[in-house]
Ligand binder design. Structure first.
Ligand code: UGA
Length: 456
């Protein structure tokens, strides 16, 4: 059993701390947000993450997991201090390091026994060195310490599974023995460990996120070409993915990537490159394509409906991806903005993100289920691929709409089946199914609610 302090209890810190407690360590979670700590002390998770609350409660009951706002209490006799604070985007796209600076300062002021700082926050290359210098300059008394970079690769919504089954554990340090001590914490997982230097470990994190974002933007660009040429991007991606050199993951065309990581990290990497005189042309294209995915669906809707002014548009889903209530950099935010700017009335439903959405998006009327969203609408837009949207009674939905236009931003429906039900259907990069042109498709849509009917 090791004693671990975790500073910063967002997704990364809370999941990491809780999982380490579950592996038998004694863990102190520290956060300056008193509401969050009060909730956690009652065994309640302050964020939606499947399985997390049960794990928090269990480990608190077993006396292995504690929460506090006090560095003094949390760091008293720990061997490892994980820093997992936020590094949001600054004005120029750079990572904002204020919280890291504060955490490093707090640690330096308090520590009077040897310790290892493990940096989990995604930080610009070189921050590990800088943390080491800051702590060393402020430590009193002088005690031995090391800094290890341990980037995290958890996905929201499957964070516990990802922590317990990582593809690899990356550790970077100038002190190999310190890295090996941190590696021991992960021994029970039995997964490959890579030990490297600090800067390389920091770069592995950025390069991994940027590469995944690039794959998604790549397939979205292919999707746009598929639309023009009548090919189906889902099958194209499946065919590509069977090549073991390519693999099937992160090739789902859709509304593009959002969340608290990809957008911020791609921006920060491009910013770092630019200020150091490199030319991040690919990263810029990756960001541009992603931005355009959101506008593209609104354009499609406008083209089909003629105008968006006065139209009722329903959104299925709001979160940036399923199994989370997170709306940070979610495509929904921009899509709602674009729609309402053009005079559309927007209604929406999301299985778990509506509480957050009520604060973040005020121009929307929130409904209790997908059928209420569809009723009387002129267009339905799938924003998030929640499982519960995959088995809806689409016939009922089609009949209840004023104009049965379905824009499937996550390619969850079968285009032919939707067209047979009478929808004017558009996916992302799905060609035109069995019909060859928009005109033919409009004729094929048997619904009495086709655009020309309803507008005549
Ligand atoms: C991402 C990485 O996958 C994690 O490895 C990393 O630890 C994390 O960022 C982080 O840096 O903290 P996450 O943001 O939770 O994790 O979400 P993902 O599941 O990777 O999805 C990111 C976005 O890409 C979502 O908006 C999703 O809808 C989109 N996406 C994903 C696609 O559009 N197509 C795909 O094929 C896959």
């Amino acid at each position: 059993m090791r004693k671990i302090g975790v500073i910063g209890l967002g997704y990364v810190g809370l999941v990491t701390g809780t999982c380490f407690a579950d592996l038998g360590n004694r863990v102190y979670g520290i956060d300056i947000n008193t509401d969050k700590i009060t909730k956690l002390q009652k065994g309640k998770a302050p964020l939606f993450e499947p399985g997390l609350e049960e794990m928090v409660e269990r480990n608190m009951q077993r006396g292995r997991l504690f929460f506090t706002t006090s560095y003094e209490e949390g760091l008293k006799d720990v061997d490892f201090i994980f820093i997992a604070v936020d590094t949001p985007s600054g004005q120029e796209g750079e990572a904002d390091l204020r919280a890291v600076r504060q955490a490093a300062g707090g640690v330096a002021e308090l520590m009077s026994h040897p310790f290892t700082i493990v940096n989990k926050s995604t930080v610009p290359i070189g921050t590990g060195d800088w943390v080491a210098e800051t702590v060393s300059a402020n430590l009193r008394p002088e005690v031995e310490f090391s800094v290890v970079s341990n980037p995290e690769f958890l996905r929201e919504g499957s964070a516990i599974h990802d922590f317990l089954n990582p593809d690899r554990i990356v550790l970077g340090s100038t002190d190999r023995r310190a890295a090996e001590r941190v590696a021991e914490l992960y021994t029970p997982l039995g997964r490959p460990v890579m030990i490297t230097d600090l800067r390389t470990a920091e770069m592995i994190k950025y390069a991994s996120n940027a590469f995944l974002a690039t794959r998604i933007s790549f397939i979205n660009e292919i999707a746009a070409i598929c639309e023009k040429l009548g090919a189906d991007v889902k099958q194209v991606a499946a065919g590509m993915g069977l090549d073991h050199r390519i693999g099937p993951d992160y090739l789902d065309a859709g509304l593009g990537w959002g969340g608290s990581c990809f957008p911020k990290d791609v921006r920060a990497l491009a910013h770092m490159a630019a200020i150091h005189g490199a030319h991040p042309q690919l990263l810029r294209a990756v960001m541009d394509i992603n931005q355009d995915q959101r506008r593209r669906v609104v354009r499609t809707l406008r083209e089909i409906l003629g105008t968006l002014h006065g139209k009722n548009i329903g959104l299925l889903g709001l979160a940036y991806k399923p199994n989370t209530d997170d709306l940070r950099e979610a495509p929904a935010l921009e899509i709602v903005h674009l729609l309402t700017n053009e005079g559309a009335k927007v209604v929406a439903y999301d299985p778990v993100a509506m509480d957050n959405a009520r604060n973040a998006i005020t121009e929307v009327e929130y409904k209790n289920d997908p059928y209420e969203v569809a009723r009387g609408s002129d267009g339905l837009l799938v924003i998030t691929e929640w499982n519960e949207f995959k088995h809806l009674d689409m016939g009922r939905i089609q009949k209840s709409m004023r104009q049965a236009v379905l824009i499937d931003g996550r390619n969850i429906y079968d285009p032919d089946a939707m067209r047979q039900l009478g929808f004017i259907y558009r996916g992302i990069g799905r060609g035109y199914g069995e019909t060859n042109s928009v005109a033919e498709e409009l004729i094929a849509a048997k619904s009495p609610a086709t655009v020309s009917d309803s507008e005549s």
